[in-house]
Design a protein around this ligand. Structure first.
Ligand code: Q46
Ligand code: ZN
Ligand code: ZN
Length: 314
């Protein structure tokens, strides 16, 4: 197969676009597609300060690379979750640090244990929130700390490396379970609101195999190993099912996601509703839908002062 642009040997064939490209043209295609997505969904502008949430994986590091290549001011944020007695987190952190060093960029490193008192797996054990999987507390801590850090450090947008496969799998799960609340919030951009930084996903139209190929071609070293708790995750199951369909009908993942966005834009099935009112957490100042402390501070209190936490929760 030959590159559509120059006729050289193709390095990748993207069946959903009926497009084959050589290594060189593919390296340029990814940033140009990303820029088109940024503009199409009004994600941010060249003057904005971006904070890229990096995990050490291919997607987030490839995204950081692309944003720098496109000329954006983009710093990194790594959250050390203390996974696998700290070993997995140490490994992923080393890839983020190496990338930041090689590009001479700022990387903010935040240890969850400094904020919560303990690592994520210990927090799950102490609070008995998720018996063998700490993912629910992990998600809560990540959302809270990323948002807070972005606001405190005065970034305009928090950017994440979610790719099309991630978004399609989330959409698949939300649709199968008809989780209308999540469907309403899912999209390439989450607008800023008081207490919430703007969030954007510039890779939301790029397949996972393409971000992997891009990382490889750009010589970006990343952690191959998944978080040990990712094993058996529903999202992986949904991705496999979608990949099965994609093999038979190339482009089905992309059209599933894009048709959803179009339907949402045209308000065909997800009606907009008034945002719920938010109170301010008396501890950290974050917005919360509860009358008292935010969910993160309630977990923190439960870890440090179990009896006081019970009072707060009651
Ligand atoms: S990092 Fe955290 Fe994931 Fe690991 S503990 Fe679960 S949620 S699987 S993206
Ligand atoms: Zn070419
Ligand atoms: Zn709080």
């Amino acid at each position: 197969m030959k590159c559509r642009k120059c006729g050289a040997k193709a390095a990748i064939h993207m069946r959903q676009h009926k497009l084959a490209l050589c290594a060189d043209h593919f390296r340029r295609w990814i940033p140009s597609q990303t820029q088109r997505t940024i503009e199409k969904y009004d994600m941010f502008e060249s003057r904005d300060r971006l904070l890229v949430a990096v995990s050490g994986g291919k997607d987030s590091l490839a995204l950081w690379d692309v944003l720098l290549d496109l000329g954006y001011h983009a710093d990194g944020l790594y959250l050390d979750l203390g996974i696998d007695a700290g070993e997995y987190s140490k490994l992923s952190r080393s890839y983020c640090e190496a990338f930041a060093r090689s590009r001479d960029q700022r990387l903010i490193i935040m240890r969850v244990s400094d904020q919560l008192g303990v690592s994520i797996p210990d927090a799950a054990r102490i609070t008995r929130r998720g018996r063998d999987k700490p993912c629910s507390i992990c998600g809560l801590a990540k959302r809270h700390l990323m948002n807070r850090t972005a606001l405190e450090e005065r970034y305009d947008v928090l950017v994440t490396g979610h790719n099309l496969d991630d978004e399609a799998a989330t959409l698949f799960g939300n649709t199968l379970n008809w989780q209308v609340g999540y469907l309403k919030r899912q999209g390439p951009v989450l607008e800023e609101r008081p207490g919430f930084v703007r969030k954007a996903k510039p890779f939301c139209r790029i397949y996972e195999r393409e971000t992997a190929a891009y990382a490889l071609l750009r010589g970006i070293d990343y952690v191959y190993k998944e978080c040990p708790y990712a094993d058996g995750a529903k999202s992986i199951y949904y991705k496999e099912k979608l990949n099965q369909m994609e093999r038979e009908r190339p482009g089905i993942k992309l059209s599933f996601y894009l048709s959803f966005l179009r339907a949402k834009r045209d308000m065909q099935f997800v009606e907009r509703e008034a945002q719920p009112g938010f109170n301010t957490c008396p501890d950290c100042g974050s917005p919360t839908s509860s009358d008292g402390y935010c969910a993160f501070c309630r977990v923190k209190a439960r870890i440090s002062q179990p009896s006081e936490a019970l009072e707060r929760n009651s």
